[in-house]
Write a protein that binds this ligand. Structure first.
Ligand SMILES: [Ca+2]
Length: 188
């Protein structure tokens, strides 16, 4: 029983160490558009003036035009770190017109500027990674593609754990297994 408790404790420690590293994740505020567009900027941002607003609809952001734009400043990026981003979007079910453009800007500038064509009435999830070239803030901006009627949901950015982190976790688990076996042998 004692061995079991020790093993549990060590496992918890290993998990904690792992979570600690993953917690560098850059949180997107209200990426699920739960009840409104709070946390997002719908007006113009530096470098892209004059763009119009985005509407909120049933837990999603709704783009009505190619000029509709939604942006958020993601802070605390670390130069040289790889980040994973993800979002779901769909074009309007009735028209199948629409899509989303994603644009990264700001101090930690490493842009893909990509356009994703929509699938009518079906949420498609896009996941990709990028490296931060500088430390600081990143502006994550979505824009409706030309002629767009599109919905956006589930936006997230997280730091990708480095290979050393996985190696440390595996080493930790290995040590736990070793100690567990050793205690069993001693107890026998
Ligand atoms: Ca949602």
């Amino acid at each position: 029983m004692q061995t079991f408790k020790h093993t549990l404790g060590a496992l918890a420690l290993a998990a904690l160490a792992f979570t600690g590293t993953a917690a560098q994740a850059q949180a997107v505020n209200n990426g699920t558009f739960d009840s409104d567009l709070s946390g997002w900027t719908t007006g113009p941002l530096p470098g892209s003036p004059g763009l119009t607003d985005v509407d909120w609809l049933a837990g999603t952001a709704l783009f009505n035009a190619g000029t509709d734009r939604l942006a958020q400043v993601i802070s605390g990026l670390v130069a040289g770190t790889q980040y994973s981003y993800s979002f779901s979007y769909a074009s309007n079910a009735a028209t199948s017109v629409g899509g989303i453009r994603l644009n990264f800007g700001g101090a930690a500038y490493n842009p893909p500027i990509e356009t994703f064509a929509g699938t009518a009435g079906k949420l498609v999830t896009i996941t990709d990674t990028f490296f931060a070239t500088g430390s600081g803030n990143l502006i994550m901006a979505f824009r409706g593609a030309a002629g767009s009627i599109a919905t956006l949901d589930n936006v997230s950015i997280t730091a990708v754990p480095e290979p050393e982190t996985y190696a440390m976790l595996l080493a930790g688990l290995g040590a736990v297994g070793f100690m567990s076996r050793r205690r069993k042998n001693l107890g026998a």
